[in-house]
Design a protein around this ligand. Structure first.
Ligand SMILES: NC(=O)c1ccc[n+]([C@@H]2O[C@H](COP(=O)([O-])OP(=O)(O)OC[C@H]3O[C@@H](n4cnc5c(N)ncnc54)[C@H](OP(=O)(O)O)[C@@H]3O)[C@@H](O)[C@H]2O)c1
Length: 243
């Protein structure tokens, strides 16, 4: 039975790789915001792997965008089996000495409120799915402290807490989990991490490497396939942070 899957932020990086990894015989809603061409490439890759892809654009950093996205999905399907809340980003590095209210709102809107709103709106569709599940993409930044990315880290920590809360609230109907990636080489780092910083993370990792999007995609597939995993956050960081 094909699974119907929504992946937000699936134009590039982790989201696009997850779409490819889950493609075979599944229906994937590939959401993007600005990167239309990259999203179209991800959709073409899904179709090449015997999946069905639907492309949907929305700015998820506001309520109207979240509503438009889920409305567009509900015009194409009456159920969802999986929602991957992956859209997110750092937006801007800022010292705690120079916080601005507007930046705090922007970062929480993109990384936390969007996932909360999309989740809430998708529940009726998920309730009609088979072993339905929600997977939130958090970050190692919430674990070990990330100077100048502290608002972002806090927004991901809030998403992590949200994961556990709704895992209890929505059980047994819908499973909810999170994946907390370490340093993964994606366009995310083009804007916010220098080559020297990436090399320092690589050197500081016990495995002496940074991660690739496939490492997160494989974890997302594991959560979808294993119907006894619930309320969990899986850290995938090569041991950069250990609990
Ligand atoms: N890479 C890492 O080291 C790392 C580590 C921990 C956590 N993460 C998390 O992993 C997730 C995926 O990031 P990535 O590394 O794959 O980076 P990425 O390639 O930059 O992907 C980010 C995705 O989010 C979408 N997005 C950005 N702003 C948006 C908005 N306003 N509305 C809707 N969608 C928006 C982007 O869409 P468009 O390009 O189409 O605008 C893109 O598809 C993010 O939540 C990120 O915080 C990444």
């Amino acid at each position: 039975m094909p699974k119907v899957i929504l992946i937000t932020g699936a134009s590039t990086g982790i989201g696009a790789e997850t779409a490819r990894h889950l493609a075979k015989e599944n229906e994937i809603f590939i959401h993007y915001n600005a990167s239309k061409e990259a999203a179209a490439n991800a959709a073409a890759d899904v179709e090449r792997r015997n999946g069905k892809a639907y492309l949907l654009q929305a700015d998820l950093s506001n309520e109207a965008g979240c509503k438009d996205l889920v409305h567009a999905i509900s015009e194409k399907t009456d159920k969802l089996d999986v929602v991957v809340n992956n859209a997110g980003g750092l937006i801007k590095r800022q010292s705690v000495r120079e916080y601005e209210w507007r930046l705090m709102e922007e970062i929480f809107a993109l990384n936390t409120f969007s996932a909360m709103m999309v989740t809430s709106l998708c529940i009726p569709l998920l309730e009609k799915g088979s072993d339905p599940c929600i997977i939130n993409i958090s970050s190692v930044a919430m674990r070990h402290g990330a100077p100048t990315a502290t608002i972002y880290g806090a927004s991901k920590a809030a998403l992590d807490s949200f994961t556990r809360g709704i895992a209890k609230e929505l059980a047994p109907a819908i499973r909810v989990n999170a994946v907390s990636p370490g340093v993964i080489i994606t366009p995310f780092h083009d804007k916010f991490s220098s080559p020297e910083q990436l090399e320092a993370w690589r050197e500081g990792n016990p495995l002496k490497k940074n991660g690739e999007p496939i490492h997160i995609a494989q974890t997302i597939k594991f959560i979808i396939d294993n119907s006894f995993v619930n309320g969990e956050t899986i850290d995938v960081n090569g041991g950069l942070f250990m609990r």
